[in-house]
Design a protein. Structure first.
Length: 295
């Protein structure tokens, strides 16, 4: 493995993030090539956490834009302060000291920076997270292309603003819809799968050290096994961490039917899954991990 990747894996570990070589390579190449990273994977596998830990690693600000249907440039890129413009026009009409031009009204004092423009104009290199980009419309993707390719933004009334310090850009997607080829071409690509047993075990030990190694291993075995069942919403790594915290918070020392059923709402987030689990799965899964099986 490349020594630079090894160093990055170790650096991320110091911030309690267990990274594999694919993740380390993507972060390294994003910085080396000065390109955004598009991270796809199932919900709860740790995509957003990469942006958070990267901001800690680089000791810089994390600017997050949570995407949603109908998101537009006014909320994501920039907006003109129309109220301030109107006030300036009226004051100018009253005082008549100087003639207020269109250029004056569409100048920097009247420009409201939204997350993307904030990242481009920051005084240092920041981390820009475009979270769940698949929830936004294709039209919004088109607004991003210039920023993703050139780290700049063209505002018709104002001109082009180019970043002095190109931000680290991370886009995440749960694949609720297919992203456009135009957006994909401008990014490095990283797929994050559900974690292996060893990785999940390490993460739980780091994030919830209070549970101890033995219980952490049984929690991991149980979660790994439940992912192979037919569920509507398969639990991710974040749910596994929440469940470990719930078990510790209720004083559980060993996994049994009662302790699992009382806390399973931290792991499973679907009514039908809960009903199926309590009726058909809890004891077979317990027996499986009691036999020493894990995936």
């Amino acid at each position: 493995m490349n020594a630079a990747y090894n160093d990055l894996v170790a650096a991320l570990r110091r911030y309690d993030y267990v990274a594999d070589t694919d993740i380390a390579a993507s972060i390294f190449l994003a910085e080396y090539l000065n390109k955004p990273i598009l991270i796809e994977g199932e919900a709860g596998v740790g995509k957003t956490e990469i942006a958070r830990v990267l901001s800690k690693l680089k000791d810089t600000e994390l600017i997050r834009l949570q995407c949603y249907e109908g998101l537009d440039s006014n909320a994501a890129l920039y907006e003109w302060n129309y109220q301030k413009q109107i006030i300036s026009i009226r004051l100018n009409e009253l005082t008549k000291e100087t003639r207020l031009s269109i250029e004056d009204l569409y100048s920097e004092p009247y420009l409201l920076a939204r997350p993307i423009l904030k990242a481009l104009t920051a005084g240092k290199k920041v981390v820009l997270l475009l979270d769940e980009i698949d929830r936004a419309d294709e039209e919004f993707e088109a607004l991003l292309l210039e920023t993703l390719a050139e780290f700049q933004m063209t505002i018709p009334e104002f001109g082009t603003i180019k970043a002095k310090h190109a931000p680290y850009v991370i886009l995440t997607s749960n694949r609720t819809r297919e992203l456009t080829d135009a957006l994909r071409r401008r990014c490095l690509y990283l797929w994050i799968n559900y974690p292996s047993f060893q990785k999940e075990f390490e993460v739980i030990k780091i994030k919830v050290p209070e549970v101890g190694e033995v219980l952490a291993m049984r929690i991991t075995s149980f979660v790994q096994a439940i992912r192979h069942e037919k569920l509507n919403k398969v639990p991710g790594l974040s749910e596994a961490i929440d469940w470990a915290r719930a078990l510790h918070g209720t004083g559980v020392k060993i996994l049994d039917r009662e302790s699992i059923e009382h806390t399973i709402g931290a792991l499973l987030k679907d009514h039908d899954d809960l009903r199926t689990f309590k009726r058909d799965l809890v004891m077979p899964l317990l027996e499986k991990i009691d036999d020493g099986h894990h995936v």
